[in-house]
Design a protein around this ligand. Structure first.
Ligand code: 5AD
Ligand code: SF4
Length: 469
């Protein structure tokens, strides 16, 4: 039988990465193999993000490039999914007639059947129906699936918070949690296919299970912590208003829980936080940070910021900079405010002008870079345990001695810092090099976004079977 190929492009957050994995798994059952070549593909799928206008533009510019491919190969199936698809529905097909399929954020489990229908009947399908029940896949992770040592698992979908700027509640629907048994079973199967670290995903993981009366999020973490073979647990995203004392305590209790938390604050100004409908003050946020540091003194912190929210004054922005100085985050993600359709803030007055937004963003990044480098410099000389994610690719094409000896590798510390390091000699592991192993690396150099660990002596490698005697 002739092989069939699937090309999938993912834009956006980790949840989209996870959804694309589900799509790949579902289509593998129909005999589709992954390809990195669009020309070779029988099905091209685009998984889109609507969080900011820029992400949406990226989707449309990718789609624009597909018209020609379809002309050359009329049997090619082109599908668009994710948040932009959910928002636009039929409009998408009218705008780009070469699209065969539009599938929303709640339709992923129906995708294999839709693709089959399109291939057999050459029809066009739009499925943006939203449901209350969360969909569970009946496609298990296969033991041969190699998605690397660090994997994502969505534990809940949607959001009920309705922050004034955010499109998520409209494109992902109301908050719904998966059953703990299904989550645990999925993680167990990921571990049996090589995963060593999982990141539990939800828009607001702190409210996991509340609506449905399932277990609490910290209880779920306890169950995941007990999974044999799993080395590390991360989660994202937490909402500062909902992070409970109980969850804070888990940092002192669960040995697999990584010492890092991503706690988006968005702004350091109480006036802006109020208009954003975040439902906490900067003082409450700072209290939570303090409580976390009390339980876990070496916990690394990261956050999200929006600059130039409607009505954000110079003083409001100074409050944001001040909060960054107080917390001293290990890293931040910051974005220029972008109007999103149907969100309350899209019609808020006093829009901040684009140049001003860009200047504020640069100021914020400059301040954070200084802090990040200072915090990373403190680590020089320390030996940190790194979960190896894989071999890093040579950037410049030249053969450095590090690459020639045992390769250059990349991984993360428990605090989520990227560490690159070289090995003194080639590993002779039976599988995929040293990916998935814990390695003790002594830090030699600090950069704003990563650390360099120098040459690692094989004797310090956990899992000595990686080396011939
Ligand atoms: N404009 C800019 N940034 C936004 N985010 C969410 N909505 C918007 C918007 N309309 C940012 C927030 C959120 C992150 C995922 O994206 O900081 O935490
Ligand atoms: Fe959007 Fe707020 Fe929900 Fe996060 S908590 S997804 S920012 S509405």
């Amino acid at each position: 039988m002739k092989s069939k190929y699937l090309y999938i492009r993912t834009i956006g957050c980790q949840m989209n990465v996870y959804d694309s994995e589900r799509i790949t798994r579902g289509l593998a059952l129909l005999g589709y193999e992954m390809t990195t070549s669009m020309r070779r593909a029988d099905v091209i799928l685009l998984n889109t993000c609507a969080i900011r206008e820029k992400a949406e533009q990226k989707a449309f510019s990718f789609l624009g490039r597909l018209a020609d491919l379809k002309k050359k190969n009329p049997s090619l199936v082109i599908g668009v999914g994710g948040c932009v698809a959910q928002q636009q529905g039929e409009k998408m097909i009218r705008r780009a007639p070469y699209i065969d399929l539009v599938f929303g954020t709640h339709a992923i489990h129906r995708l294999p059947e839709m693709i089959q229908r399109i291939v057999q009947r050459r029809c066009r399908v739009v499925d943006v129906e939203m449901s209350k029940e969360i969909d569970e896949d009946n496609t298990a992770v296969t033991a041969t699936e190699n998605g690397g040592p660090s994997r994502f698992v969505t534990i809940m979908r949607g959001c009920d918070n309705f922050c004034a700027y955010c499109v998520v509640p409209y494109v992902r629907g109301r908050e719904t949690s998966r059953k703990p048994d299904n989550i645990v079973a999925e993680i167990e199967s990921l571990v049996s296919s090589g995963a060593r670290e999982v990141t539990l995903l939800g828009q607001n993981v702190n409210s996991y299970g509340k609506k449905e009366g399932l277990c609490s999020f910290s209880e779920l973490l306890g169950r995941v912590n007990a999974i044999e073979g799993l080395l590390r647990i991360r989660f994202t995203t937490s909402h500062p208003k909902d992070i409970s004392e109980d969850l804070i305590q888990t940092y002192g209790r669960l040995e697999k829980l990584c010492h890092h938390i991503h706690l988006p604050v968005q702004s350091g100004s109480n006036a802006v936080l109020k208009r954003m409908n975040r439902r906490y003050t900067r003082e409450q946020y700072l209290d939570k940070i303090e409580a976390l540091r009390r339980i876990c003194p070496d916990i690394a912190m990261s956050s999200d910021f929006i600059v130039g929210f409607p009505g954000e004054t110079h003083e409001d922005f100074q409050d944001t900079l001040d909060l960054i100085k107080k917390v001293r985050f290990d890293g931040v993600y910051a974005f220029k405010y972008s109007d999103r359709p149907n969100t309350p803030s899209a019609v808020f007055p006093e829009k901040v002008d684009e140049t001003e937004k860009a200047e504020r963003l640069q100021q914020l990044f400059d301040l954070q870079s200084e802090i990040s480098i200072q915090k990373n410099q403190v680590l020089v000389g320390e030996t940190l345990t790194v979960l190896v994610e894989g071999e890093s690719k040579k950037q410049d094409g030249t053969a450095s001695s590090a690459f020639e000896r045992g390769g250059q590798w990349t991984g993360r510390t428990s605090s989520n810092k990227i560490v690159n390091f070289a090995l003194e000699k080639k590993p002779v592991c039976p599988d995929d090099g040293i990916a998935g192993r814990l390695v003790d690396v002594t830090i030699e150099k600090a950069f704003p976004h990563s650390l360099w660990g120098g040459l690692v002596d094989p004797a310090r490698m956990k899992g000595a079977d990686c080396y011939a005697a």
